[in-house]
Ligand binder design. Structure first.
Ligand code: NAP
Length: 476
């Protein structure tokens, strides 16, 4: 009974929160940039720090309060050892295997290239020292950010490791430093964590290249029709159109096309699911990748729309515009005749502006809700309502804005220089196609089976048998 009570009380002590502020000593191998920055931050957070170094001389750069000693001696002073050394020098740790047995080794290293080695640095360290518990952490935080305290953008620290207790000890240190640990699982995740700081906007590549390609195409298309054509056939030099007129024609076209491209993969996905009669088969790779970068496409579209707004607002300041206005006034004065107000034109221009303003307003709303700080505060249904329903409404308004802008010129021969349509006509192809197909998809006879498919119903179970067969085959 007494034994039981003793056991119970020792458990209670273990579970009770640690009220003492005393922190365990942490050892850091390596007095380089990262080792020093991390040591500095740890001392600030109340951890005694000992450095294991090839040179035991204390330089001015070592954080005040830290001790420097040989690797073996330093390792004996702590249960956690942070290896702030490049991977290519890890071999020097092998003779220390006995001292490091049972200790928690934190691998913070990064590589110079993606997938540089067949195994991650952390797994390599674990192979070198099988008696130690290796945890991967801190590699996504820079020495500069740690030292300067500007951790606003990179508070998240990915942590992974095979020993749960060791991982927990490292996560406690992460928290104590004012950072946020994110458990990524076992050491198998280390490769992904090591690749993370080497990636350059991975989700942005396709949207940026697509936008650059389309922008270049539309820009030169406009140069050909608005400048070269006018120069050849009307002998007018409008080369200054390159500065504002053409960008202000390309930007709205790009905004509209990219916004439509945000919704087009959803349409393809619905058609594929309807055709297959199941949601349990993977989409083609290109569609998966396209779906993943819809947010980026939308944000670039928003940037183009904002530029269009700014270009439009400066229109009255332009010399060409004031020259054209005064020319018209003078011709009315000379002819002694005031042009009557064209009510159709007034309606068209006001409606076109109103549609543009409303479309842009919703566009901005979509952009704001895609910010993590906002999207984290809405539930899934609210997020879908804004991104899907209001998104489609924005696409409808922006398409209508362009259609009304074209107005009565659509069929006029002057809109087809060299038999080529104006770019606003080209820009309408994808959005109109998306809206027409979406309209067909919401018909009950199409929407009902699609909803059932998305809830797990299968029209033709052959597909799931096939996928089971593939899964079983790969398992064999
Ligand atoms: P560093 O300034 O070059 O320091 C590395 C330290 O390793 C040296 O100061 C040295 O410490 C030790 N060292 C060098 N050669 C050695 C050898 N042959 N044997 C034993 N120890 C040796 O590099 P760092 O910028 O601090 O980076 C260290 C690690 O942190 C790297 O793996 C890096 O990928 C990772 N990291 C760095 C940053 C950053 O912002 N710098 C960010 C995230 C992760 P002693 O002279 O004291 O022995």
């Amino acid at each position: 009974m007494r034994k039981l009570m003793n056991k119970k009380s020792s458990n209670m002590i273990a579970l009770a929160p640690n009220t003492s502020n005393k922190r365990e000593t942490v050892c850091i191998f390596g007095t380089g940039d990262f080792g020093r920055a991390l040591g500095h931050k740890m001392i600030q957070s109340g951890y005694p720090v000992v450095y294991g170094s090839r040179s035991t001389q204390i330089s001015n750069l070592i954080p005040k309060g830290a001790e420097v000693m040989g690797h073996a001696e330093a390792a004996q002073k702590a249960a956690i050892i942070i290896i702030a050394i490049q991977r290519q020098h890890y071999n020097f740790l092998t003779p220390l295997a006995e001292v490091l047995r049972g200790k928690v080794l934190v691998d913070i290293s990064n590589n110079l290239k993606l997938n540089q080695y067949p195994e991650s640095n952390a797994e390599h360290l674990a192979q070198l020292l099988p008696g130690s518990k290796v945890v991967k952490a801190f590699n996504t935080v820079s020495a500069w950010a740690l030292q300067s305290g500007t951790l606003d953008a990179s508070r998240q620290v990915f942590v992974c490791g095979d020993d749960v207790e060791a991982k927990q000890m490292v996560m406690n240190i992460v928290r104590a430093l004012g950072l946020t640990p994110l458990d990524k699982g076992s050491l198998l995740a280390a490769q992904e964590i090591e690749n993370y700081p080497l990636q350059l906007f991975p989700m942005w590549k396709f949207p940026i290249f697509l936008s650059l390609g389309l922008t270049a195409f539309f820009f030169f298309y406009c140069v050909a029709l608005d400048i070269i054509y006018t120069y050849i056939y009307e002998n007018n030099n409008f080369s200054f159109f390159i500065a504002i007129t053409i960008p202000n024609r390309v930007c709205p076209v790009m905004a509209l096309i990219l916004l439509a491209l945000v919704y087009l993969p959803g349409i393809f996905a619905a058609i594929i699911q309807l055709y297959r009669g199941t949601k349990y088969r993977r989409f083609p790779d290109w569609l998966d990748k396209w779906m993943l970068c819809r947010k980026q496409l939308g944000l670039i579209a928003l940037a183009f729309a904002s530029l269009h707004v700014v270009f439009t607002l400066v229109t009255p300041l332009r010399a060409f515009v004031s020259w054209r206005t005064s020319k018209r006034i003078i011709s009315q004065v000379l002819n002694n005749k005031t042009e009557p107000l064209d009510h159709t034109n007034a309606w068209l221009s006001d409606s076109y502006l109103a549609l543009g303003i409303l479309g842009f307003f919703l566009f901005v709303l979509l952009g704001i809700t895609s910010l993590p700080s906002v999207s984290n505060n809405v539930n899934w249904r609210e997020f879908r309502f804004v991104q899907s329903k209001l998104g489609y409404l924005s696409l409808i308004l922006c398409t209508a804005h362009t259609l009304v802008y074209g107005g009565k010129w659509f069929l006029s021969p002057s809109a087809y220089k060299w038999y080529l349509p104006d770019i606003y006509i080209l820009s309408l192809i994808i959005p109109c196609a998306v809206l027409v197909v979406k309209f067909l998809l919401i018909f009950p006879c199409v929407d009902k089976p699609l909803t059932q498919i998305r809830q797990g119903w299968e029209r033709n179970p052959k597909y799931s048998e096939q996928s089971n067969y593939i899964i079983n085959k790969s398992a064999v």
